[in-house]
Design a protein around this ligand. Structure first.
Ligand code: SF4
Length: 702
């Protein structure tokens, strides 16, 4: 590896999946620039991507393995992990162990983790931090399309007449997608942008209409849209008849649920005229893209919200055409790669499901008789099982649940009580590593090599451009070594990420002749290291002719048993926790422009902390005045599960009755308490995704 060459890789932050070129300069500094040849970003990078060089550090890296605080050889630590997991399984059964993995992992790491626990240990207790991010979209896609498919692409934004952002602050959370949308609007002033979000965010800068709806009222709003489309003859009857099922029930439910415009406006906390304007824009434009993200997914009714959005597109045939799509935009760099390999407890590798013919085929492919036959525990439940002592050994990879999961104080107690906690990470000190019995040094960005899949199904390579430090190894290597030491040597004899990718690609072609699944990259299997290194960014499915860039579902064929898309009848439900006199405000949480997750990397880049140096609670002026508070007042923020101390920022962008706090700050950066201590752990009953956008809280002067 020449240190003077620009190496093409991808950004490890958001689901935009920008191509990056990186190299080590002669003074040892890591330089980065946007990859002009990458289709996702065409050379652009946001502030986080531009500062990547500052995050490739030597100090603070986890370079060696530790057992109970003592540095050990990596081999000894891996043997210890294997023997403790084997012993726990022998004494308490396979359900007594678990993996908690991450959208930060590469697809190859994810694949091996999933194969080991589901295929050979024989239980499905593997969940990903993607549960906090995309699991409602996954469940909604599967209900509507029969498969977890994101049909849209970034190019759709450039061909749309109407782009609606629902629960997405695209300007901060997917900045380069936002830049593409902004440029599209500059090039075509007729392109309308609507933002549906309780907050007036920076994404509203290009909005023709902002609908600051009440938190949790999205199903009502989209049911209202479907009812309006039906009432005004704006449906596509041919499309509905040819390609869908469930229309009658869905529209009946929507009409009953929405009521008249005045009632709907009250439910949503909006002006009737503003609602009507949105409905008319959607009804009167052929090419509509609805982009949705965490504001939709992180809800106790997240899956219904996803289906309410998709229903409107199916009923109007605004799907599977250039510039027309319901587009779930993914939070993490590889949340979709994890979904491809089944690294959520309710999924199987290769988009297979827990049904007899799929289980049989997968057992045969992996040559195992021990494949788990049923889904495992989803993240919140999984840590409850740790707290109850039912899960006695857990391996956490590349994520920081002591900060990121709701009711984090409970998570910390669970980790403290667990007999065996293994953490593999590239950073030595995080809020989670302090609970580790065993620390394993994992390769970080710049050292590791493999693939990721972004929000628009584009598979790209991450490539190494610096030498690994100390004993650091990729997660797939750590997992394979433990698997071999547990007695599964033959199935885990991988020597490179190219080997693993080849197997993953081959698996995607399993049962392909059944026509049940669209995810298929089997044409990419069998590549040697050189060919793997040469893989260019491409969207799946990949056929003999190459990457398939058409809009998926353009032929009206879906992955359901009948081949037809399903409209789902949904009704607006109250949130699990409602506001009350004791907790009158709604806490919404989310990201800042320049930080990423729990700041273990972005916190290292000085230029990124200048945007916001501390977590601030955004409060509407009316709510602040009601409490006798003003800008910079220090308050206690409390819910029924916890309390913290925070400075407030009075913001007119904040809807009255709603407050907002960022998710990033950890104990390392703020001693006043974590927002996750306050967030309630109510979840969607179908997806298990926590309701991180709606926790009833109260404020009081500190
Ligand atoms: Fe990285 Fe996302 Fe910024 Fe692109 S938009 S540079 S993927 S953080």
């Amino acid at each position: 590896m020449s240190q003077q060459q620009w190496i093409k890789t991808t950004c490890p932050y958001c689901g935009t999946g920008c191509g990056v070129e990186a190299k080590v300069a002669s003074n040892g500094a890591v330089e980065v620039r946007g990859d002009a040849s990458h289709p996702a970003n065409r050379g652009l990078l946001c502030s986080k991507g531009s500062a990547l060089g500052e995050t490739v550090i030597k100090q603070g890296r986890l370079e060696h393995a530790y057992i109970k605080g003592h540095q050990e050889s990596l081999d000894k630590a891996l043997s210890y992990v294997a023997s403790r997991f084997s012993q726990t399984i022998a004494e308490h059964g396979p359900e007594s162990v678990a993996f908690y993995v991450s959208g930060q992992l590469l697809t190859e790491d994810y694949y091996v983790a999933n194969k080991l626990i589901k295929g050979f240990i024989g239980c499905s207790n593997i969940d990903s931090n993607s549960r906090l991010c995309m699991s409602s979209a996954v469940a909604g896609h599967k209900r509507a399309f029969g498969e977890d498919i994101v049909p849209g692409s970034y190019e759709d934004l450039e061909h749309a007449q109407l782009v609606t952002l629902v629960g997405s602050n695209l300007a901060w959370c997917h900045p380069i997608v936002y830049q593409r949308l902004k440029r599209a609007k500059q090039a075509n002033p007729n392109l309308k942008v609507v933002v549906i979000d309780p907050r007036r965010t920076d994404s509203c800068d290009i909005a023709d209409l902002h609908l600051p709806l009440n938190g949790g009222s999205d199903v009502a709003l989209f049911n209202g849209l479907l009812a309006y489309l039906s009432e005004h003859g704006k449906l596509d009857s041919d499309y509905i008849a040819q390609f869908t099922e469930g229309f009658e029930a869905a529209v009946a439910s929507a009409v009953e649920d929405a009521g008249d415009l005045a009632a709907l406006a009250t439910t949503c906390g909006l002006e009737p005229e503003a609602l009507l304007r949105f409905f008319q824009l959607f009804a009167n434009n052929e090419r509509c893209v609805t982009v949705f993200s965490q504001g939709v997914n992180q809800s106790s009714q997240g899956v219904d919200k996803v289906n309410a959005i998709i229903n409107s597109h199916l009923a109007t045939g605004k799907l599977g055409k250039l510039g027309a799509s319901a587009f779930s935009i993914t939070g993490q760099p590889n949340a979709m790669g994890g979904r491809e390999v089944g690294a959520l407890s309710n999924l199987l590798a290769g988009h297979l499901d827990y049904k007899p013919e799929h289980l049989e085929a997968l057992s045969g492919f992996w040559n195992t008789s021990n494949l788990s036959q049923k889904p495992g525990h989803k993240a919140v439940d999984l840590f409850d099982k740790v707290a109850k002592g039912e899960i006695k050994a857990i391996w956490i990879m590349g994520t920081n649940p002591a900060v990121s999961l709701p009711e984090s104080a409970k998570i910390r107690e669970a980790l403290l009580s667990c007999p065996m906690v293994v953490v593999s990470d590239c950073i030595a000190e995080t809020d989670t590593t302090r609970y580790a019995d065993v620390l394993l040094p994992a390769a970080g960005w710049g050292e590791r090599d493999g693939t990721v899949t972004n929000s628009e199904r584009m598979l790209s390579r991450q490539r190494a451009f610096v030498e690994a430090q100390g004993d650091t190894k990729p997660d797939w290597y750590l997992l394979s070594q433990v698997a071999q030491k547990m007695g599964f040597a033959e199935a885990f004899s991988y020597t490179s990420s190219a080997d693993i990718f080849s197997e993953h690609a081959a698996l995607s072609g399993l049962l392909a002749e059944s026509g049940e699944r669209l995810f298929n990259i089997s044409e990419l299997s069998g590549k040697d290291q050189q060919a793997f290194d040469a893989i260019e960014p491409q969207r799946w499915p990949v056929s003999k002719q190459g990457s398939d860039n058409r809009s998926l579902f353009s032929d009206g064929r879906f992955s359901t048993t009948s081949g037809k898309a399903q409209l789902i009848a949904v009704t607006n439900q109250a949130t699990k926790q409602g506001t009350s006199d004791a907790f009158p405000l709604v806490l919404n949480t989310g990201r800042m422009r320049d930080q990423w997750h729990t700041m273990t990397r972005t916190g290292l880049a000085a230029q990124l902390t200048s945007h916001s140096s501390e977590p601030l609670l955004e409060v509407n002026s009316q709510d602040a005045a009601n409490q006798g508070l003003c800008d910079n007042s220090i308050v206690s923020l409390s819910s029924n599960v916890g309390q913290l101390k925070v400075r407030i920022q009075v913001s007119e962008g904040q809807k009255a009755g709603h407050v907002f706090m960022p998710i990033h700050w950890t104990e390392q950066y703020s001693s006043d308490g974590l927002v996750s201590q306050v967030v309630d752990s109510s979840v969607d009953p179908l997806s298990g995704q926590p309701e991180s956008k709606y926790t009833p809280v109260k404020l009081a002067a500190w």
